[in-house]
Design a protein. Sequence first.
Length: 149
Amino acid sequence: MRRVRLLWAAAALAVMPVGAAPAAEDVTGALLAEVNAVRAAQGRAPLEPDAALARTAAGHADALVASGGFSHLGPDGSSLADRLDRTGYGPCRAAENLAQGQRGAAEVVGDWLESRGHRRNLLHPDLTELGAARGAGDLWVLVMGRPGC
């Protein structure tokens, strides 16, 4: 079963077997390519990878896998803003997309594009950077942001 959830907070592969997760830079690079292709087709500026956003995504993916949860609220009660603060990312604007069950970056981005809120996040003109993680069980976390305004 595939699940997709959305949170908008104002303030990017090789197919891997279930249970295996590629390095954060591989997931970020794969989703970055897919997201930027979609953004280019819609006349939007490309996003750049960001290490703090990748750490934020990886931390949330690890926590969700460990707890068996699937939520924008962390098992410890943390919000996206809390998790960004922990990794030192000071956003002007941020968004988080979650999904589970997709086997690759193209599939997960395709599913997000079918969801109005996720699509809005992917194409938002104020977002400039992204980081991503893929946890066991094909749990995907994409965090996008724009640093301080």
